[in-house]
Ligand binder design. Sequence first.
Ligand code: C5P
Length: 197
Amino acid sequence: MIFTVAIDGPAAAGKGTIGRAVAERFGFAHLDTGVLYRAVGARGGDPVLAARSLTPEDLARHDLRTLEAGQAASRVAAIGAVREALTAFQRDFARREGGAVLDGRDIGTVICPKAEVKLFVTAAPEVRAERRWREVGGDLAQVLAEVRERDARDMARAEAPLRPAEDAILLDTSEMSVEAAVAAALALVEARLNRAT
Ligand code: C5P
């Protein structure tokens, strides 16, 4: 069975948690596509070359979750040739046999416009910053500034800007518990799966 769940949205909206839960529940493979851009940014040097030669070791680096890695990712992600180099891998992953969940910024718009389920997961910047701050610590005001800066860059870029696909279902998790957001996503996927089979 080919079945793709595309989960897009801004930083720290809960895409990863929801993506993992959907993958686990339905036995789908899961790809956090942000890791690809984080790994390219973390390599340093020419980002296009890095994107063309990413290795499993690059993706397993332990410093990919830092705020700096997020900022570096969002800078290299604005380069068209970097995105292009990462496209085939993501598309193949999306259409693999057995079902796939991909979370990112452009999955429903560019990578897999035919995805069976498209979710756009969002939350107020203050809420997202606080969630990220609980993970990474440091200064909350600085985390909020970085979240806003990254959102602005991701939305304003010419190449695959962050925006919901026209047929995406919006899930605002500002006032939702993790459990409620996950339950809502699971129900949507389940309903679509029932229609597909
Ligand atoms: O999701 P995450 O915060 O790990 O993504 C890091 C950065 O990678 C984002 O701010 C965005 O600029 C870029 N990204 C992207 N397209 C994706 C996934 C991530 O441009 N599909």
